[in-house]
Design a protein around this ligand. Sequence first.
Ligand code: ADP
Ligand code: MG
Length: 280
Amino acid sequence: MSTAVRSPRDVIRSMLADLKMPGSLEAVDGILGDIDGGRLQATDAINRLLSAQITLRNNRRLQTAMRSSRLPAVKTLESFEFSFQPSIKREQIESLHELGFIDRKENVVLLGPPGVGKTHLAISLAVAAAQRGRRVYYGTLIDLITSLEEAQAAGNLTRRLAILTHPSLLVVDEIGYLPINHTGAVLFFQLMNRRYEKASTVLTSNKGFEEWGEVLGDDVMAAALIDRVLHHCHLVNIRGNSYRMREHTELYRALQSDVENSSEAVRPPRKSKTGIGNRG
Ligand code: ADP
Ligand code: MG
């Protein structure tokens, strides 16, 4: 061993490498530089060193989850604008993102009209869970039912139900956009029945519970389903405007002002500022 010539910095670096802490290893020089420059206290330095590793680990976990969870995008709590949706209780959403509900095997139901952020928040919960190393899975109600129907046709229903019961967090998105047939409703009920009190489910719907009977084509089964879902449940009822429409409104205004600005010219200017309006 030739440790004699190694500087304390080198020793720290090789220990971080030995411990397989590449996030901390990458951050350590900057941190030590800030300490030497008198810009960083010991507590903050340790905090930064460990946070760098935790961030790297969480990002890796998320990358792995993105391959298997079928999450359609990465949405985060940080990118959610609470000011746009005043009916949402920020503390409730933030506390849900601490994920105690997953340990307690409770559910979350997000209700509200299209575009208010139901899918965004369902995904951000799943992302947070994946970053904490929990197994997550995402599907629209139709996707999940289709996969159960296919499994049933192939004689694998039990196995498929087990696979969908396994994740600590299952997102069932878009309950209510498309009607489902009786077989589909029964299969979904079976799935939710298996997950009941065993693992958490986040459900989103544009329909109030009173309309779920119509969605599932069976009032009695819908009532039994709602009973299980609501037994240990956090309800987020979003009453507000569509975030998508907000973007449309801004685009519409931009187009309008573009039209107004160019309406004085007899011919449109040769170089278009925005390119909006060109087809294709
Ligand atoms: P819903 O599922 O309720 O129909 P989404 O969650 O799909 O709505 O939201 C539509 C789009 O608007 C998504 O791209 C989403 O990330 C974004 N969005 C919705 N609400 C917000 C918000 N309050 N802050 C930031 N982005 C939002
Ligand atoms: Mg949605």
